[in-house]
Design a protein around this ligand. Structure first.
Ligand code: ZN
Length: 222
């Protein structure tokens, strides 16, 4: 067993915050929904990852090698700082403590098999290490959060690019909507969906991941 994950600030210091669940949204960018042959949804497609899925993006990324393709999905991540239940958009906004960037790693072949059979996605989405997250930035320092670049380079080539203004469900509305289904607690994270360009990772890939013009993280797949 490796040391348990703790939330960190961008400077590497450990946050005084518990670690909880991760709530993810699928198909929050229209072009990404289309690239996987899915319909653009009328309400957010939600799923969860347990705390055991979390790891630090900066550390080398260890990916499963025996379960088919492991896809990258680069996503803006928000850290919840106060309890939220059936919240308004304004309450959701006030409860966001920090922003970061992460990868919603997905066993795509496994997911395709599960989807085909109408089964839940957890084996494809919630495995150990499936939620690498960057150091986080205090929400008070992020002013243009409705329109931030979300970008992933692999080996110096841009693979995924979008901006948060393209989200079908913008971040405050999304967090509020999630809180209608699941109470969010301090320390929970929300993965806000991936723009188009998802694809497989290979061992040795070098990744550069950017949010807006203030957060860049680099890592390598091992
Ligand atoms: Zn995703």
């Amino acid at each position: 067993m490796k040391a348990p994950y703790q939330h960190k600030w961008i400077d590497g210091s450990v946050m005084d915050m518990p670690v909880g669940k991760v709530v993810c949204v699928g198909r929050n960018y229209a072009e990404h929904a289309r690239e996987l042959g899915n319909e653009v949804p009328a309400e957010p497609v939600l799923f969860m990852k347990p705390a055991s899925a979390l790891c630090h993006l900066e550390a080398p990324l260890a990916i499963p090698r025996d379960r088919g393709a492991v896809h990258h999905e680069v996503e803006m991540v928000v850290l919840i700082g106060a309890p939220l239940c059936k919240a308004s958009d304004d309450e959701a906004k006030a409860a966001i403590a920090a922003y970061g960037i992460g990868l919603d790693l997905t066993l795509r072949d496994v997911q395709d098999g599960l989807k085909e059979k109408g089964l839940p996605w957890e084996k494809a989405k919630a495995f150990d290490g499936s939620a690498p997250v960057s150091g986080l930035i205090d929400a008070r320092g992020v002013s243009t959060r409705q329109n931030l670049d979300v970008m992933l380079d692999v080996n110096g080539e841009m693979r995924q690019y979008g901006h948060t203004g393209q989200m079908l469900f913008p971040v405050f509305q999304l967090v509020a909507e999630i809180s209608r289904h699941f109470t969010l607690m301090p320390g929970d994270l929300v993965f806000t969906g991936t723009p188009k360009g998802v694809g497989p990772l290979q061992v040795g890939d070098r990744l550069a991941i950017r949010l807006g013009n203030f957060l860049v993280t680099r890592t390598e797949v091992v």
